[in-house]
Design a protein around this ligand. Structure first.
Ligand SMILES: [Zn+2]
Ligand SMILES: [Zn+2]
Length: 315
């Protein structure tokens, strides 16, 4: 197998593109793909301030790294969920990347702020761990953007994440989400900052290859709570289809985007109010987060630790 660009030995075949590439050409292919997504869908304006949600996994760390390589000044945001054997290790990887690209990262410690880790909180508010985690992450990320003056929240969702979520929404006709799954979400409730996903068209396999070939140190384990999640089943099924007909996942998402853009969505203009507990913009009297936490007697303050890159090097 030869590289389609330089004819040297290829390290990865890309059947969806009918191509194979060597390490160097693959790295520039993928970075270029991210840049094309950003420009093609106009995700970033020149005066935007970007905050990347990093988990310590391959996607978000690679994204943070790529954005800075492409010349965007993007800072990081990490939520320490207090998961034993997982959170400390992933934070370490995040700090390592912060040192590598010399960008600061804000850290939110759930246990310090709320007195409990994610497992205890989810039990208390009677939700699955993944659903509680999603709700908390959305709130904290938005708060970090507001408090620290960023207007764009960047997440590392890749092609496989988006395709499997979309498939799930179709299977159960979750109408409220179905038409919202774009590359960019603007100022809806729960997405108060603009939220963008520049890895939307890059597959899981491509991201893993990119991270390894670029020497990015990331946490390989999936979150221990994601075991058995339906999204993993959907990914498996989509990969079987992809195997038979390469390029299907890309078609699925690109077609969806084209289709939804044609739909004239009625914008429900609701009057914005502010949560009377935390001051956060919301449609009701209290924001979703405060309402749930108050109902179940969980309280705490929201604050962020700022990790200045280089601390590891200096200590
Ligand atoms: Zn090559
Ligand atoms: Zn609130």
């Amino acid at each position: 197998m030869k590289c389609k660009v330089c004819r040297q030995d290829a390290v990865i075949s890309l059947r969806a593109y009918n191509s194979a590439l060597c390490a160097r050409d693959f790295i520039s292919f993928l970075e270029n793909r991210v840049l094309k997504t950003i420009n093609g869908y106009r995700l970033i304006d020149s005066n935007d301030r970007l905050l990347v949600a990093v988990s310590g996994g391959k996607d978000s760390l690679s994204l943070w790294y790529i954005l800075n390589r492409l010349g965007y000044h993007a800072d990081g945001m990490y939520i320490h969920l207090g998961i034993e054997g997982y959170s400390d290790l992933s934070l370490e990887k995040v700090k390592k990347m912060s040192d590598m690209i010399k960008r600061p990262v804000y850290i939110f410690h759930l246990k310090d702020a709320m007195g409990k880790g994610i497992d205890m909180i989810s039990k208390k508010i009677k939700r699955t761990t993944c659903s509680a985690c999603g709700m908390i992450k959305r709130y904290i990320m938005n708060r970090a953007c507001l408090d620290k003056g960023y207007n764009v929240m960047v997440t590392g969702h890749n092609l496989d994440d988006e395709a499997s979520a979309l498939l799930g929404n179709f299977l159960y006709w979750k109408e409220e989400y179905l038409w919202k799954k774009g590359v960019e979400l603007k100022e809806e409730e729960g997405h108060l900052s603009k939220k963008i996903k520049p890895l939307f068209l890059c597959s899981e396999r491509e991201m893993a290859a990119y991270a390894i070939l670029s020497g990015i140190d990331y946490i390989h384990d999936e979150c221990p709570f994601s075991v058995g999640a339906k999204s993993l089943l959907y990914k498996e099924i989509l990969n079987r289809i992809e195997d038979e007909s390469p390029g299907t996942k890309l078609q699925f998402l690109k077609g969806y985007l084209k289709f939804t853009r044609r739909l004239k969505l009625e914008k429900t203009q609701r009057e914005m109010k502010y949560c009377n507990l935390c001051g956060y913009p919301t449609a009701g009297e209290k924001c979703n987060f405060c309402r749930i936490m108050e109902k179940h007697g969980i309280s705490g303050g929201i604050g962020f630790e700022e990790y200045k890159y280089g601390d590891l090097l200096n200590s």
